[in-house]
Design a protein around this ligand. Structure first.
Ligand code: RP5
Length: 186
């Protein structure tokens, strides 16, 4: 089982510290390896996040308190990861006005298909933006994009990130073409 190394991730920068804008919660500390890339993605963009274990089944009252107070603590996006029955993201979405991103955690018996279906099949009126099974990094990047809507400087950083991603992809294209060349042309 993983160890939670820190409760709040703060960006390494000279910017004045501000309350965490992204709340990252998970059903158990065994979910942390899946959610850690979300925290790292936020940190890459200078977004502080609050990291908590809050269980829909084991600590339901803590879950309610967390969801009801997150927006008052200036959290703007909640990332919720869970595995198996995976009720946490949906229950949080039913209690908060904030956008919720659900991360299905890979389970031992069903490889995360149970988590995915549980998180993604929300009733109309209570949305959860669900990423892929194990998609912690994309959850973090999506949280950053949501914050981009009201933050020009963050938007510029996201655009620079996308340019870098494209550059890396073209590098892979060049490398593959160099290695494989026209071996497969007849
Ligand atoms: C879920 O049960 C958690 O989100 C976790 O993915 C799964 C197993 O939890 P542990 O038994 O590892 O605490 O609630």
């Amino acid at each position: 089982m993983s160890q939670m190394k820190y409760k709040t991730l703060t960006p390494k920068s000279d910017e004045p510290s501000c309350p965490p804008q992204v709340g990252i919660i998970m059903g158990s500390d065994s979910d942390w390896p899946t959610l850690k890339p979300a925290a790292e993605a936020c940190t890459e963009f200078g977004i502080a996040c609050d990291v908590r274990v809050v269980s829909a089944h084991r600590t339901p009252l803590d879950m309610v308190r967390y969801a009801r107070t997150a927006h008052k603590r200036e959290v703007r996006v909640i990332i919720a990861g869970a595995g198996g029955a995976a009720h946490l993201p949906g229950m949080i979405a039913s209690l908060t006005p904030l956008p919720v991103i659900g991360v299905p955690v890979e389970s031992k018996s069903l490889q995360g298909l149970d988590s995915l279906l549980s998180i993604v099949q929300m009733p109309a009126g209570v949305p959860v933006a669900t990423v892929a099974i194990g998609g912690g990094r994309n959850a973090g990047l999506l949280a950053v994009r949501i914050l981009c809507a009201n933050d020009r400087s963050l938007r510029l950083r996201m655009a620079a990130f996308q340019t870098r991603l494209a550059h890396e992809s073209r590098g892979k294209d060049r490398k593959l073409r160099t290695e494989v060349g026209n071996k497969f042309q007849f």
